[in-house]
Design a protein around this ligand. Sequence first.
Ligand code: FAD
Length: 530
Amino acid sequence: MASKLLLITFVICRLLSTVGFTMDPLARVTGQLSSDPDDLEAASRDFGGMSRAKPLAVLHPASAEDVASVVRAGSAQGFTVSARGHGHSINGQAQVGRNGVVIDMSGPKGRRFREEFTKPVLGEVVSRGGDSRSRSYYVDVWGGELWIDVLKWSLDEHGLAPKSWTDYLYLSVGGTLSNAGISGQAFHQGPQTSNVYELDVVTGTLRKGELMTCSEEKNSELFHGVLGGLGQFGIITRARIALETAPQRVKWVRVLYSNFSAFTKDQEYLISLHGGGSSERFDYVEGFIIVDEGLINNWRSSFFSPRNPVNLTSIGAYDVLYCLEVTKNYDKSTADTVDQVVETLLKKLDFIPSSVFTTDVTYLDFLDRVHKAELKLRAKNLWHVPHPWLNLFVPKSQISKFNDGVFKGMLAGNKTSGPILIYPMNRNKWDQRSSVVTPDEDVFYLVALLRSATEEGPHTLDNLRDQNRRILHFCEESGIKVKRYLPDHSTLDEWKGHFGEKWEAFKQMKMKFDPSHILAVGQRIFQPSF
Ligand code: FAD
């Protein structure tokens, strides 16, 4: 019934606007408010492929003001609103259901409407320290911009690039900033949420749908709250992202371990080098678990190519292998010394001596590496399958227990149907004023079980979900205090537990910036108040 009323309102508003009345915020929309079945269908899905919810309408915005108009209307008329970045959530986080409007922040239709105004704009910060002046650059981008486009633009036009990344770049700026945005650079650069200077945010403030600019200095409560805020306080329409001079090429190295404590000791050693100058550390540190070699499992591992084969049998008997992945960036000025630097760093590590795999690629090719794997999986119809992913932050003190119980316990000997990443990060690179939640230790690990379900065999959706539940249960029983990354809790108690000490402040912010609870309802934290 509510959705019918809303549809009628849309139609009436459209009619009124054609004869000059603009009494309803929706009538001011200059983009496209669509109820086209294809748009509704696209907005009802996400990468997880496990939940579907058709919205009432989809907005392809032409401006930030369009976003504000729809949020204002939602607050006044009682419908929910979610930004959809690139729809790469796992559990319906960008969905709204039948009484809501999805704002398609990244889609090609919106791009057409926005045309000129959302083009990235380069800016410069000059800091003065005594007599010296140092310059740093930033780029202002539309909140729905994809990271791949931000990278290509800043590289091609200016030889610059953002500092902190995700492994996969076909994600939107607003979508990753609402979570954290992490990859192997996070140990020294911090997550993407630590590399933003300023945001424009449309809040859900009662009946106002206000567009507010926020930063460390201005509306700082909103700024910190929105970063990692799971879309709860507003929709990011512009982000000012820190840039650095881009390297030209990357030495990319993988080495193997059969001993978990040697593997984690080396990872932790490498991330402890973040304070030094650029030549004293790697630029990227990740790792993954090797259990089997099927196509899906290896979709991020094409590195072990025919030119660069890995003969696991030559390595000897093992339950589980651990692969450390590191890179060193370089350009013309450091090309002569980069191999020496890599060698010196590798000499300090304790991997299996015969297991060094090296390649050399452009910076763009390295950063865009997962897209190549995506194309392979798409060609085999294996991209659009359910993805019951589980992402955990595990405290350093308990990672060994996690290895015993999960990698060497539950998963050992099984094919895993997807990559399992494991890498540590330094908590002091995470701004604790943001909404992101991490374990309470100086170093914690990301463990990402990025698995794909198949219709038959051991990896059905039910089986993988059950395994996820057992992993979480094991952590609880063993006192491993994990925090979920890209969380999908469903009860209020679980959310309170997730946010811990941050919960009260999070709730207060919600009261202030979205009191009717109309925003990002797909996160299932707060119920709409109508
Ligand atoms: P969506 O799924 O569209 O939205 C996610 C949430 O953010 C929703 O609640 C939505 O309402 C909200 N939102 C979206 N846009 C905005 C906005 N402009 N303002 C406010 N709220 C907004 N994450 C990492 O950190 N590192 C990785 O290496 C990584 N790799 C990935 C690889 C793949 C193949 C996939 C599918 C995901 C990966 N992720 C990674 C997870 C990814 O960062 C999150 O799923 C992210 O939310 C996806 O971005 P999106 O633009 O598709 O967001």
